[in-house]
Design a binder for this molecule. Sequence first.
Ligand code: B12
Ligand code: SF4
Ligand code: SF4
Length: 381
Amino acid sequence: MMAPMFDPPSAHAFREALRREALALGFAQAGFAAPDDLDPERHFERWIANDRHGAMDYLARGAPRRAAPVDLLPSVRTLLVVAAEYAPAAAADSIAAYARARDYHHEMKRSLDALLDVARALAGPAAAVEGLSCVDTKPLLERAAAARAGLGWIGKNTLLLDEERGPWQMLGVLLLSIELPPDVPAKDRCGTCARCLDACPTNAFVAPYVLDARRCLSYWSIEHRGPWPREFRDALGGRVFGCDDCLIACPFPRRDSAAAGGPSPLLASQPELAALDPREVLRRCEEGFTRHFKRFAIERAGKAGLIRNAITALGNVGDGDDVARLVPYLEHPDRGVRIHAAYALGKLRRFAPAAVNAVLMASRDAEYDGEVRDEIDIALA
Ligand code: B12
Ligand code: SF4
Ligand code: SF4
């Protein structure tokens, strides 16, 4: 089928009507790009070839296709890229700021689907507009698409940012079979700044613009299943889900920025996720993981993953009162949880050496997994 064509003035009016609608739906920005090769310099494929994705195999599987929107929708002629702003984090937060809203996948996808309906209504039934909305769920380089569509530039921390909102925005892309005029890409304004690179607690940036996910706390605490290297358990500090340090360090948005409209209603912070510290996370996991976290991005870590994170954080920032809270996790069915529980108790041993030694030794005798026993030995050493 031929892609619906518009003569220039009506294509321009059509594009602006869609942009207005996107802003009315709660997006902070909407831009348009041609669906050409999104990564002509093959950065993504090199990243995969260097194993920087860790165990995120789904990224490797879709590698060449991620730069080719046409593989997702053969009739695609335009990328409509949107950004939803969210409230920035403060340094002390244990839950990454984006995860304190409702799950952005669902919220943004629903609005992108609504935009597709608007595009269909504007074009009329004869145009038979085809579309596909993507919010993380499809193999697509969303940041590259956003940069092409003029939403901002890809910073040294690899995040898409602009001067008014900084990096505090989530992205989504609507592929459309209508040809619309593209926007102009924004210029890179990082200049000589390197604050994000210096702020990373784990030195995860191997170079400006290149992150090794295997060193990123966001990777370990959200994406990874099972236990992690000790180096990253220490670096987690009191965090429980994700990390925002390379966003907090960024000088954008500028304080005097006039254009920023504030967090989108799509990503409004949820009161039930405010003040979630590691103890409260553990309590809610035990009370009902699904009941408490189902509609939120936090669900991605899984129950065992979230427990593993919370007990690790308690090992780092907890005190003597947390010893009793951690002991039952030495018998948890998930071996990653047991390993991190031994680690955390080892760190809290200074508060109650005799009691902690006794439980660790008892649990060492009962433990059948060699790696967990090794971890208990380290904790006892
Ligand atoms: C896998 C993934 C992760 C991984 C890997 C992150 C990474 N930097 O690659 C992990 C789990 C670590 C992660 C962490 C986070 N993520 Co994430 N993640 C993704 C996902 C699903 C794929 C990203 C990807 O393909 N990475 C591989 C790299 C190579 O791809 P890329 O960075 O897009 O590559 C382009 C550029 O970086 C550039 N480039 C790459 N290498 C080089 C080298 C040089 C020299 C140059 C000049 C350029 C360059 O060219 C590439 C093509 O344009 C995207 C959603 C999506 N589909 O895009 C969300 C996404 C990137 N994540 C997001 C968020 C919010 C986060 C966190 C902030 C969450 C948190 N608070 O904990 C952190 C931030 C960490 C960070 N600094 O990136 C948002 C980012 C929004 C934004 N404003 O940019 C996205 C877009 C999700 C969304 N729909 O909004 N994430
Ligand atoms: S999210 Fe945290 S750990 Fe990951 S690159 Fe940014 S500062 Fe480093
Ligand atoms: S902290 Fe500096 S270098 Fe990093 S993304 Fe922000 S402006 Fe760019």
